[in-house]
Ligand binder design. Sequence first.
Ligand code: DGT
Ligand code: CA
Ligand code: CA
Ligand code: ZN
Length: 574
Amino acid sequence: MARANDEVEALLREYADLIAITGGDAFKARAYEKAARAVGGYPADVSTLDEDGLREIPNVGRSIADKVAEYLRTGKMAVVEERRARIPAGVRELITIPTLGPKKALRLYEDLHISSVNELAAAIESDALADLKGFGEKTQDNIRHGIELLQQAGARVPLPLALDTAEEIIAALSGVAGCRRCAYAGSLRRMRETVGDLDVLVAAARSGPFMEALCELPGTAEVIARGTKKTSVRTGKGLQVDLRVLPPKSWGAGLQYFTGSKAHNIRTRTIAVHRGLKLSEYGVFDSESGESVASRTEEEVYARLGLPWIEPTLREDRGEIEAALRGELPEVVTERDVRGDLHTHTDLTDGLASLEAMVEAAAGRGYAYYAVTDHAPDLYMQRMTDEKILAQRARLRELDGRHRRMRLLHGTELNIGPEGEVDWPDEFLAGFDLCVASLHSHFDLGRAAMTRRLVRACENPYVSVLGHPTTRLIGRRPGVDADWDEVFAVCARTGTALEVNAQPDRLDLCDEDILRARAHGVRFAVNTDAHSVPHLAQLRYGIGTAQRGWLTPDEVINTWPLTRLRRFLRKGGR
Ligand code: DGT
Ligand code: CA
Ligand code: CA
Ligand code: ZN
């Protein structure tokens, strides 16, 4: 969809919120809300429409069309600017609490000057609402519950948005005079599947210029708090960024502390205490003399605690401390270990790029092999036929000869039917180098039937990889219900690899499922499921997830040399 539509949608939505929160006409607010949705979903790019064209959009009348035209002409909507000026941005946050309506939000602002969710939470905590009419115990409980919901659900952002924002901020801050080090820490460095807020660290003698630079960045929409040690802002996309400036000699300790996780830090701090030391974001200190004994690098900090350096993706207190103490930390798989992608699409089905373009891009990534796995016929809307896939195979074999270093594998992504059956008969499947099989329908069969279905698919001698095994979509759809221990055991027995699908809204299997599966001795394939050239680079999210699941290269089939991979794909027979 065109960007202008998104911008106009956001602006109209904001205007609706502003009307509501300033106690304006509820009917008018709803009209703008509806118009916002209509513009967002309108197929034509609004920036190409004149006023008449704009008025053809459903729910857009003359007055709204005028305002949209004004925005497209000047980059502003005067009415929105006016209302914005009347209220601090933080107030709009209040009405995002699911249990708090605009009327009550307005009261909180006018009577108690509360202008953010955090301030409201603090006010409830300190019983500051007690005297406010209409905010009795029950209402307060409701609001508290609403804040919890908001914090659990809405507030976390997907990895790519967090990573892109972090990279932009780091590029900007690295250019500020006096910057000795700059990096992101927190859940993003640990590659959690979603990120609550960004934690950016700078090492420099003076903090002022960095705090100022962050506040002035074009992406910064609101300054939440500005100080000398820490400054917090919110970006236009709603992501909070915490910037901390550390003295250069504290870099390692600060990075260790703010990378977390909190649970991991609690363990490292306890270890420090047992050794007569104190661990903080400034360093490791002798408890008695107070003297600093390590702080410059993370390695140094861990070493002082008697530990090797631990990969950030492992720092969740899921056994990494014990493993480190025993000298048994896994050497987790990295992007460099990956020799090829085993699940990708082209425009023969729902991909955006041609076979040639995908293969070219894969070669550019330095892969030793690359599998093309377009959808099979049972996914009807993809209109796959025997002829089409065979023609693709012929073309792929031709292309294969052109790449000296990279071998092409011809595969398909089969659909696992409700009984565990797949699209083509064995004779036809035998012609593929590799078959991925995935669930694309019938997600609610119940546990027993779903388990049988998955087990049968894994027992198929031509199915080498189970694609996005649970089919969950982060924040949108839970994974299917099955007896996963049974499925994992069958995967191990039959030599069927479990996919770690790298699409950032899937990350399927997730870290915890990987940990559970690997206990059964299963093999894995970290694949992008790319539907376009840029998707090939999403491998990093899959690798982050694989690391969080403690996977080593030996457990990941697409790090293996091609001969070993081919042996695995034959499932010990065939
Ligand atoms: P998030 O932002 O919810 O995705 O998760 P994190 O892990 O980035 O958490 P955040 O931003 O609250 O804090 C960043 C790191 O700072 C966290 O991973 C560990 C450290 N940290 C924060 N608060 C505490 C604390 O109360 N105790 C300890 N030991 N560490 C903390
Ligand atoms: Ca964070
Ligand atoms: Ca934070
Ligand atoms: Zn796919």
